[in-house]
Design a protein around this ligand. Sequence first.
Ligand code: PA5
Length: 425
Amino acid sequence: MLKLDLTHSKLNEDLASYQEKVNEAHGWLHNKTGKGNDYVGWVNWPNDYDKEEFGRILKISEKLKGKFDVLLVCGIGGSYLGARAALEMIRGLYPLEGPEVIFIGNTFSNTYLSQVLKHIEGKDVVLNVISKSGTTTETSVAFRIFKQYIEKRYGKKEAQERIIATTDKNRGTLKELADKEGYEEFVVPDDIGGRYSVFTAVGLLPLALAGVDIKELMEGSKLAYEDFNSPELEKNAAYRYAVARRILNKKGYSSEMFVTYHLQLTMIAEWWKQLFGESEGKDGNGLLPTSACYSTDLHSLGQFVQDGQKCLYETLLLIDEMPLDITFPSDEENLDGMNYLSGKQVSWVNKMAMEGTLSAHSEVGGVPNIIINLKDNSAKSFGYMIYFFFKACGMTCYLLDINPFNQPGVEVYKKKMFKLLGKPE
Ligand code: PA5
């Protein structure tokens, strides 16, 4: 389902020399004995996930099916990136089926929020507010605005049916509010942090409401859970990827650029950036996670990658089977001189662009390339790939002796902002 190709990675160091360290870190992850061990609930989740709640997710998505035009998903960071990444990867950017999904609560942009309010006029909406802490300011600001909009439009009683809350099981402002308002509630488990939560209701509920097959998605995560369960590097591609990242970082590369070749995968890159950035970027450590979508960004960042400072390596996410191909038409007059491509599939052109770029960057530019090959863009493959990255991220951080599950640095901007906003202590 997923293959890791290190042929172009220029590691010049044997992965096997890390085996002992990997064994130890694997033990920390699996026996809950490493840093941040209260948050390793995601490790066994594909097997142990809450089946009762999963059933409730299916039930409510079935109940609401066809009853709304727009799904508003209100959350930020780990409380929205996974669902958005999945949706775009699986459905594409202009899906012909399913409701429109709009993400709010991830910005203070007044223009954006105002335009969304205008955009949904006359369309039936359902809102899923998602916050583990229940107090995240971006989410709370958008939620109050849209909650009042929904109540005004549908009345308090119907608003109860149209708003669903995903938050902590027992505590937090959102939990209290949801209890009081009588919203249907779903849970972010205590031992799973935001960026590791896409397999919980945080990701599954909006995906199910949008019509994604979440059973298939969980099946993919389970397969990956089984495939990446061994500490042996030879058997575990997630750990090989983690070690390759460490080796390249040690060689002096300070940034990893996550490269895709389909615009509908850019949110996968955003999700990946959060996972690795928030998990690894601590105490002066970590690779700067950056991203590009080629060939689009070859016309912006390509110059730097080819010829600029040698600070980065690329990690390519290549998907073998993408749907909806187009055969390039011939043209009698050939005024644009493009007839040399007549009869070729656009997917083939994209593949040639990839192969040419790989050779240019790797062989001519000396840029190391890690290649991740994924079978297709199905929900199952998404689930498989996400678990692969979870495991790789946990391992990379433990190899650096870093807690992968907190984000103390994020609090600094919040404190400064709260002071300026006059938030009561
Ligand atoms: O990974 C994380 O924990 C964070 O990115 C959170 O998901 C993000 O800050 C949102 O937090 P919350 O769900 O509490 O609103």
